[in-house]
Design a protein around this ligand. Sequence first.
Ligand code: FAD
Length: 499
Amino acid sequence: MHWLFGDQLGPHFLRPSQDSGLTRDTPLLMIEARSVFRRRRFHRAKAHLVLSAMRHRAAELGDRVTYVQAVTYREGLETAAGDSPVTVHHPTSRAAVRLVRSLPQVTMGPARGFLVPMDDFAAWADGHGGRRLRQEDFYRWVRQGHDLLMDGDGPAGGRWNYDHDNRQPPPRDASVLPVPGPYRPREDEIDERVRHDLDRWEKDGDVSFVGRDGPRLFPASRAEARAALRRFVEHRLGAFGPYEDAMLAGDPVMSHSLLSSSLNLGLLDPAECVERAEAAWRAGDAPLSSVEGFVRQIAGWREYVWQLYWYFGEEYRHSNVLRHTTSLPRWWNDLDADDVRARCLRTVLARVRDTGWTHHIPRLMVLGSHALQRGWDPAEVTDWFHRCFVDGYDWVMVPNVVGMSQYADGGRMTTKPYTSGGAYINRMSDLCGPCAYRPGERSGEHACPYTAGYWNFLDRNRARLERNHRTARAVRGLDRLADLAELRRQERARGDAPP
Ligand code: FAD
C-alpha cells in the first residue's frame, strides 16, 4: 500500500518507480487527520481547500484508494493498514518526516514535486566551501541543469536576469491592471460537503478557524489546476514581469499566476509550469522578460526555499538574531482589518481575511515589514503566515518568514532586511493616496507607521546594521534626523495598537 499525503495529489506522485516501490496498481491510502486542524487556528478557506482537494483526488482514484477519516495519522494508518508494509514519498515537513520514521512498517522514498533532488542541492551548497549561498547562483545552476530558457550554454536572449525590465510601479491612473482575469473554479457537491463538515466541527467546538470561507477561489483538482495554468500562460503571463512587484488597491491579483496553492498541493508539477511558460516565449506568445521572471519564481525561488528548509537544519526555524520577542497582537491574529487606519495594511489584511492569499509584495513589504518593524517574535509570525495563507506549508514558510521576511537568521538567506518606509509602498502602489497617514512624515499626527517604523527599526538595530554594507548608508541617515527623540517617544507610545 502507498500512502499519499494531502500535498501529494498530482499524477507525478503516482509515477511507478523502483525507489518508491510504486507500480501501476499499488493500492493507495489517504488519511484525513482531524488533529491537524485541532492543533492550530487555520484560515477556514485553507482548511476548505485542502480537504476539498484531498476528497476530489480520492473521488478520481475511486476503488484504488482507501480514504480514512481519523483523529490522527497514526490512528488512520493503523485502521487502514494494520502492520502491513506501506510506502510513502518523503513528506514536506520535518514533523511529518519524524512521524513517518517512527512508524516501523512505513518505508520512505525520495521527495517528488521539486526540480532538484535534495542530495544534489546539498552537494552544490557544500561545494561553496562556506561562502554565502546566493539564490541567483542556484537559479542559474538549475537553468543549466534542466536546460531551461537556454540557448546552447548561455541564457536565452543573452541575459540571465530581467529584473531591471520588471518590477515597475503600476500603470499611472489604472485602478486595475488591463489583463484578463485569472481562472476561477466552480464549487461542486464535494465543496458543499466540506463546508457542511467544517460548520459541524466548528459548532461542536472541535476546531476553530479564522478568516472567511467565501466561494473557493483556488483549484482543488488536477483538471482545475491545469485550467488555471493554461489561462495564466495564455492570457496573463505577458504582463507578469513588469508588474510583479506592483500593488493596486482595487486589483489584488494583478497578473500573478495564483498557482502557489496548486503547486504546493502537488496538483501541478513545477516542471510543467516552467516548460509551458518557456514554450509560450518560444512560440512568440509572451515576452522573455515576463517568462524569465516567472521561471525565476518557480525554478529559482520556490526551489531554493524548499532546499534551504532541509539544508539549514532543524534549528533554523528557531533563529532570532534580532531578539524579537513581542507576541502578535489580538487584532492581527484575528485578521481584524477594520480597526487599522493605515490604508495599505488595512487593505492587505482584509484581503488575507477574505481570501487567505495576497501576492508576494504585500506579504513581504506590508505584512512582514510591519511585523519586523514592531519586533514581533519570528516564530509566531511564521506560524501566523502558515495558518492564514492558502498556500502555507511548513517548508515554504520557515525560510520565507524566518529568513526572507524577518531577517531572524541574520542574513543567511538575504543580504539585508526587507523593510522600508512608506515611500516604497507609495512608489509601488496606489495605496497611500487617500490614507490618513503621509508616507513622507515620520513623526507627528500624520506620521506614516511604515516610515516611522523603518527609522525606528534602524535605530534599534544600529549596531548590527551599520556593519552591513547594504544598510550602512541608511543607518548613517539616522544621524541627520532632527526628530529622532520624538520618533523614539512616539514609537514607544504606539505599542501594538493597530496603526
Ligand atoms: P506568482 O507571483 O505568480 O509566482 C509564481 C510561483 O513562484 C508561485 O506560485 C510560487 O510557487 C513560486 N514562488 C515565488 N516566490 C516564492 C517564494 N519566495 N517561495 C516559494 N515559492 C515562491 N509561497 C508559498 O507558496 N507559500 C507560502 O506560504 C508563502 N509564504 C510567504 C510568506 C512571506 C512572508 C513571503 C515574503 C513570501 C511567501 N511566499 C509563499 C512566496 C510568494 O509570496 C508566493 O508564492 C506567491 O505570492 C504566491 O502567489 P502566486 O502563485 O500568484 O505567485
